[in-house]
Design a protein around this ligand. Structure first.
Ligand SMILES: NC(=O)c1ccc[n+]([C@@H]2O[C@H](COP(=O)([O-])OP(=O)(O)OC[C@H]3O[C@@H](n4cnc5c(N)ncnc54)[C@H](O)[C@@H]3O)[C@@H](O)[C@H]2O)c1
Ligand SMILES: N[C@H](CO)Cc1c[nH]c[nH+]1
Ligand SMILES: [Zn+2]
Length: 447
C-alpha cells in the first residue's frame, strides 16, 4: 500500500481543489443511463423487472419480494439475547435523541385580527431503504425507523437487498430492528430497482410519498432521478458512499486515528477517508498504523481500495486544517487535537462532528443517539443530517377577522397595485367595500 502526504501550502488553488475531489464515477453519464434504464423497466414491467434485476445484480434465483410475517417471527426467534439487547440499547438512545426533536406547531397574531399558524403533519407513506449489498445494516433500520415511528407515519415500508441464498433472504438483525420500530411491511429488494418500486409502485409494492435512506451510487442516483419527477417521490438527501475527515495533531493517538479512518474505508471501495494534520509525525505514524491494522481486517481488500482514494494532508496549523475541512464539507468529521473546542467554532460544513479521543465515529454509526444518515459528496455544505422533522410536512393556516382585514387590507391593495396585479387588489378592495357598507348600515347611514 502506497501512501502519499500532500503539503497543502505548497499546492496552488487548482491543485488544492483537485486534491479534495471525491472518487470519480459518482456522477458519470453511464451511471445515470444505467439507473434511468432500470427505473424505466420497473415502471413499464413492474414486478417482472424487479425479479429480473434481483437475479442480475443480487444473484437471486427467485425472490418472493415481501417477507412473510411467519418468516419474520422465526428469524427474530433465532437471534441471540445478547444481540437483541445491543439493538435495544441503540434503539433507546436513538429514540431519546429524536423524541427531543418533536416539532412544535406555531400560532401567532402578527397584528390584531391576523392569525398565522405553522403546523406539522406526519408524512402518510414513507419508504426506508436499508443498504445491504456489501453488509446488512440493522443500525440503518433504527436510524430510519425510529423517526418514522415517532412521527407516526401511517405506512412505513422497508426495502433491503436480499442476502446470499445460503444465508437466507434477509439478516435477522434487520427484521428485529424493524420490529422494534413497528415495521412489518418488508421487501427483499435493493438497488435502483427498489427505489423505482417505492417511487412508482408495482403490482406488489404500493408507492410512497418520500424515500429515505443511504445507499451506493446506484441507489443515490436513483433517488435523485425519482425526486426530479413530479409523479415520483420526494427524497431525504443524497446519502452515498461513506466518508470521514479527521483533523488530528500531535496530541492524537495514531492508533485511534488509523482505526477511525479504516472504520469508514471498510464500507466500500468508493468510500473516501481524509486525514488533515499540522503534524508530520502524526501523519507518518498513522500511515504505519494503517498498514498494520488493515492487514488484520476481514474486509482488508475493500478497505485497501478505499484507501487508494484517500488523502493525507499536511497543513501549517490547525486553523488551515479547519479551512481544508470546510472546503471538503465531509459527511463525518472527527477532531482529536489539543484545542477541540477552539476548532469547533471554525468548522462550518460538516454533517456530523465527533469530538475528542473517546468519540469514534462508530459511536454515532451505532448507538450514541445521533442519526447516521448524512449527506455525502460535499452536500453537507447545504444539506443537514437526518432528523425527525424530515418525516413531517409543514403547512400554514391563516385567519383574518373583519377588523384584521380592515387594518391590513389597504397595505395589501397598495402592494398588489405596485406589482400590477389588479385581480389580487380586487380580492381585498371588494371586501373592504363590503365592510364599509356594512359599517354605514349599522350606523344607520347607508350612502
Ligand atoms: N451516507 C450515509 O448516511 C450512509 C449510511 C450507511 C451506509 N452508507 C453507504 O451505503 C453504501 C451501501 O452500499 P452497498 O453496495 O453495500 O449496498 P446498497 O444496498 O446500497 O446497494 C446494493 C444494490 O446495488 C445494486 N447494484 C450493485 N451493482 C450494480 C450494478 N452494476 N448495476 C446496477 N445495480 C447494481 C444491486 O441491486 C444491489 O442490491 C455504502 O457505500 C456505504 O458507505 C452511507
Ligand atoms: N458510517 C455509515 C454512514 O456513512 C453508517 C454505518 C452503518 N453501519 C456502520 N456504519
Ligand atoms: Zn460506518
Amino acid at each position: 500500500m502506497q501512501f502519499q502526504i500532500s503539503n497543502w501550502q505548497q499546492l496552488d488553488k487548482t491543485a488544492q481543489q483537485a486534491l479534495l475531489e471525491r472518487p470519480l464515477q459518482q456522477e458519470s453519464d453511464s451511471l445515470k443511463q444505467t439507473v434511468k434504464d432500470i427505473i424505466r423497466a420497473v415502471r413499464t414491467e413492474g414486478d417482472a423487472a424487479l425479479q429480473r434485476f434481483s437475479r442480475e445484480f443480487d444473484k437471486l434465483q427467485s425472490n418472493p419480494l415481501r417477507l412473510a410475517d411467519q418468516l419474520q417471527q422465526s428469524l427474530i426467534a433465532g437471534l441471540s439475547d445478547e444481540l437483541k439487547t445491543a439493538i435495544q440499547i441503540a434503539y433507546r438512545n436513538i429514540h431519546s435523541f429524536h423524541a427531543a426533536q418533536l416539532p412544535q406547531n406555531i400560532r401567532i397574531e402578527t397584528q390584531p385580527g391576523v392569525v398565522c399558524e405553522l403546523n406539522y403533519s406526519a408524512l402518510d407513506q414513507v419508504g426506508l431503504y436499508v443498504p445491504g449489498g456489501s453488509a446488512p445494516l440493522p443500525s440503518t433500520v433504527l436510524m430510519l425507523g425510529v423517526p418514522a415511528q415517532l412521527a407516526g407515519c401511517r405506512r412505513v415500508v422497508l426495502v433491503t437487498p436480499p442476502g446470499q441464498p445460503s444465508a437466507g433472504d434477509i439478516a435477522a438483525e434487520i427484521v428485529y430492528a424493524a420490529s422494534l420500530c413497528g415495521i412489518t411491511e418488508i421487501y427483499t429488494l435493493g438497488g435502483a430497482q427498489a427505489v423505482a418500486a417505492l417511487a412508482y409502485g408495482t403490482e406488489t409494492i404500493g408507492k410512497v410519498d418520500k424515500i429515505f435512506g443511504p445507499g451506493n451510487r446506484f441507489v443515490t442516483e436513483a433517488k435523485q432521478q425519482v425526486s426530479q419527477d413530479a409523479r415520483g417521490a420526494a427524497i431525504d438527501m443524497p446519502a452515498g458512499p461513506s466518508e470521514v475527515l479527521v483533523i488530528a495533531d500531535d496530541n492524537a493517538n495514531p492508533v485511534f486515528v488509523a482505526a477511525d479512518l479504516l472504520s469508514q474505508a471498510e464500507h466500500g471501495p468508493d468510500s473516501q477517508v481524509v486525514l488533515v494534520s499540522p503534524s508530520e509525525a502524526l501523519l507518518v505514524n498513522t500511515i504505519s498504523e494503517l498498514k498494520r491494522q488493515t492487514t488484520l481486517l476481514p474486509r482488508a481488500e475493500i478497505a485497501q481500495k478505499a484507501l487508494a482514494n484517500s488523502r493525507l494532508i499536511l497543513t501549517p496549523d490547525l486553523a488551515t486544517a479547519a479551512q481544508v475541512s470546510n472546503q471538503y464539507a465531509p459527511e463525518h468529521l472527527i477532531i482529536q487535537t489539543s484545542d477541540d473546542q477552539g476548532l469547533l467554532n471554525k468548522l462550518t460544513n460538516a454533517a456530523s462532528i465527533f469530538v475528542g479521543p473517546y468519540t469514534p465515529e462508530s459511536a454515532g454509526d451505532y448507538a450514541s443517539g445521533t442519526n447516521h444518515v448524512l449527506p455525502t459528496y460535499g452536500y453537507s455544505r447545504n444539506h443537514s443530517s437526518l432528523s425527525l422533522a424530515d418525516f413531517y410536512r409543514r403547512y400554514t393556516v391563516q385567519t383574518l377577522t373583519a377588523a384584521g382585514m380592515r387594518d391590513l387590507g389597504p397595505t395589501i391593495v397598495k402592494l398588489a397595485k405596485a406589482e400590477g396585479l389588479d385581480a389580487h387588489a380586487n380580492a381585498v378592495s371588494f371586501r373592504l367595500a363590503e365592510l364599509e357598507l356594512a359599517a354605514q348600515i349599522s350606523e344607520g347611514n347607508p350612502s
